[in-house]
Design a protein around this ligand. Sequence first.
Ligand code: SF4
Length: 328
Amino acid sequence: MPRIFSGIQPSGELHIGNYLGAVKNWVALQGQFEAFFCVVNYHAITLPYAKADLESRTREMAIGLLASGLDPAKCTLFIQSQVPEHTELAWIFNTLTPLGELERQTQFKEKSAWQEQVMAGILNYPVLQAADILLYRADLVPVGEDQIQHLELSRVIARNWNARFSPDAPYFPEPQPKLTPTRRIVGLDGQAKMSKSVGNTVGLMDSPEAMWDKLRPAVTDPARQKKTDPGDPDKCAAIFPLHRAFSTDTTVAEVEANCRGAKWGCIDCKKVLHANMVAELTPIRSRAAELKTAPAAVDAAFAEGAEKARAVARATIADVKSRMGLPQ
Ligand code: SF4
């Protein structure tokens, strides 16, 4: 079975942007691949944070992942800081990564632009990402299009290490992107990427009423000023893509026809979407509520995942050290 690795920031409760962009896809991939999924809290500490806030965001993310259907029996699900080999391999890779490669990374330029003082962790973030992936010698990485640049750097690092320490038979595979079927989900404001801090998304744990309060004013095709104006779903930045994600193909076809033919108003259309979102997300919300009352079970699931991950990680580090002349 090919191996896949993917990580998610401990950003607290899931919202439909990270659910559709990553987690729903992971649930579909577990079982088809030997899958390693990780809450990347070492990445999260590269920006200023409060301890209690990081702890609660990590716990909420852990609960959200289990509630969404990630099954520890079908995948290896863990928290990055519980597998110290990630940072060990990152240090090794730092010694092989040209500074210029890191300074060229778009994310470094964006994040460092608004920092008064730029910490080295922001610069070295993609090296840790390479270590995350290569520690498990993953063949594929489920990514969105905006993350392809980081994956390219992981391939460069794998190539550099192989050329120097394993020239005859490459030890690290050069990981390939597995593009997620859901493209970037635009926020309900029709502008920016979905984000909790911008306030343009729906939380997975939102009640049906709270979901509707957010969907109701969401941006649609601006040409539809009144119900009798024909619309174009392709110009409906916020709602139509959500229909594609939450509604059946038959409903999506119905939405297209009723929008172009001005048979539905946008509120009618949003009501259908709302019903489909509630149907998919209510069981997740119920499971999350149960898991919140069982913190020990959540901790145990992640501790077990970390042990499974460490067995693979330790073997990789042992191989790497022996090829580099480093005593174990
Ligand atoms: Fe968007 Fe639906 Fe309104 Fe068409 S009818 S513009 S798809 S919300």
